[in-house]
Structure formats: C-alpha cells, structure tokens
Design a protein around this ligand. Structure first.
Ligand code: ADP
Ligand code: TYD
Length: 229
C-alpha cells in the first residue's frame, strides 16, 4: 500500500499487496475481481477479496444506508462522510490486518470511486473528497485496475441485474460518460498506479490482461523484499 507522509493514523508496515478495481457501473469489476482472486489463489497466494462500500461488518451496515432508499436521501456532503466512514472501518478491520499478514487484498472499488461519484456527480466536490481522504484515509492501493467500458454497454449490463441497491444506478449515460472520462484522467495523472484495461472483450480475455498486471506487481513486491533483506 503506498503511503503519503500524513497517513491519518492508519499506517501499515504490511508486506501484502493492495489491488483495487475501478470503473463505471456494469464495467465488469466484480467479475474480474473474482476471477483474479481465483487465479491468484490457484497460484498459492493468500487472497482477501473484498468490496466497497462494505467489506467489514460496520461498513456493510453503512452500505445499506448509502445504496438503498430514495435517491435524495442524503446531501452530497453527508454522502461523502458516509462513504469515508465506511472506508475507514474497512481499512481498520479488514484491509490493514490482511496486508499485515502478507495477503493480497483485492478490493472491488476504493477511494477513486468517491473521487468520481461524489466528486463529480452533484457539483464539483472533488476537493472536499480529496481533503477528507487525506485526513481520514491517507492511503492508496499499490495498483488500481481500471476496467474501461462504453457507458451504454455498462448501463445495460448493470440494469440487467437490478435489485434494491439502486440509488446510484439511475445516473444516466451523460454522467456515466463524465465518470468514464474522469477515471481515464486519473490514469493519465498516475499511470504507475492506475492501469487501464479494455473491458469490452470476453471476460477470459480481460482476465488474462488483469492477471498479467497483478503478476507484475507481485514480482515487484518480491524484488523489493529481497532488496530490503
Ligand atoms: P460491475 O461490478 O462493474 O458492476 P459485474 O462484474 O457485476 O460489473 O458485471 C455486470 C454484468 O455484466 C454481469 O451480469 C456480468 O455477468 C456481465 N459481464 C461481466 N463482464 C462481462 C464481459 N466481459 N462481457 C460480457 N458481460 C460481462
Ligand atoms: P457497486 O456495488 O460496486 O456497484 P456496481 O457493481 O454497479 O459497480 O457499488 C455500488 C454503487 O456505489 C455504485 O453505483 C458506485 C457507488 N459508490 C459511490 O458512489 N461512492 C463510493 O465511494 C463507492 C465505493 C461506491
């Protein structure tokens, strides 16, 4: 997990690897996160597959608060606080302990989702999101796999599995396009962390690109460890 100087009190000396998946709704993140977890487990790695919002008992309770109910249930600012509270609990209870044990943590969405969804969807709140992140979270994944996808296809896929968690799924194509562009900007700004994967291919083909990126990150981690010894 890469660590800025101010870590909000949740620094970890962990030797694990922290991977996140990002992208618009329906881009195939959950499918790819699962396939990657299976592939790495088969190679003998200890893997913790987790998701946001959620991933710890308290954060899963917050998940129900933010994803269910009326779309106007929370103000944009309250929503940022709720997602960040869930993330802090997830980090404290699930992610940091797993990294400290040396596991590979695969997280379906992390802070980039708040940067895009809460930062862009209801006015420009990106700076507030970033400030709260620096104050309360302060860590980024080692590698983020951005599953890039045409919003029309992503929306159609997401709608085909409609359930009760639909506060965010009525955004419409315009906002999804804005978020796709925003995710690609993140990749341009930080290409060593955010790796773009074309999601508009067969799941197995996408998965082989994802696995190649993960293997390369694992090799770097092993290399860094042998230099430390
Ligand atoms: P996300 O987690 O990004 O919302 P999911 O992995 O849940 O996306 O996938 C959304 C839907 O699209 C699911 O029904 C899934 O089976 C399907 N799907 C996922 N990846 C692909 C793919 N590469 N091609 C076609 N359909 C896919
Ligand atoms: P998720 O279950 O990953 O949905 P999907 O599989 O459709 O991508 O996430 C649920 C919704 O929560 C999704 O619409 C994005 C939204 N979300 C935010 O708005 N902010 C956040 O910080 C996170 C983690 C998710």
């Amino acid at each position: 997990m890469s660590q800025p100087p101010e870590d909000g009190g949740i620094a970890t000396s962990g030797s694990g690897l922290f991977l996140s998946f990002e992208g618009i709704d329906g881009s195939g993140k959950s499918t790819q996160a699962r396939l990657l977890a299976d592939a790495l487990r088969q190679e003998g790695h200890a893997v913790v597959l987790t998701r946001e919002p959620g991933g710890s008992p308290g954060a899963e309770e917050i998940r129900a608060l933010v994803l269910q109910g009326d779309p106007d249930r929370w103000s944009a600012e309250t929503e940022i606080l709720l997602f960040t509270a869930a993330r802090r609990d997830h980090l404290e209870r699930t992610i940091r302990p797993a990294l400290n044990r040396g596991a590979v943590v695969i997280c379906d969405r992390f802070a980039d989702s708040t940067r895009m969804y809460q930062g862009l969807s209801r006015g420009d709140l990106r700076e507030v999101v970033d400030q709260l992140h620096d104050l309360m979270i302060g860590v980024e994944p080692d590698v983020t796999l951005l599953i890039d996808m045409d919003p029309e296809i992503g929306l159609a896929r997401a709608k085909s599995r409609r359930g009760i968690e639909e506060r965010f799924e009525d955004f419409g194509a315009d906002l999804q396009r804005k978020m796709r562009a925003g995710f690609l900007d993140l990749a341009r700004d930080d290409p060593s962390r955010v790796r773009v994967i074309d999601g508009a291919r067969e799941p197995e083909i996408v998965a082989s690109d994802v696995l190649a990126v993960a293997r390369s990150a694992l090799r770097k981690r092993t290399g860094a460890r042998s230099v430390e010894k």
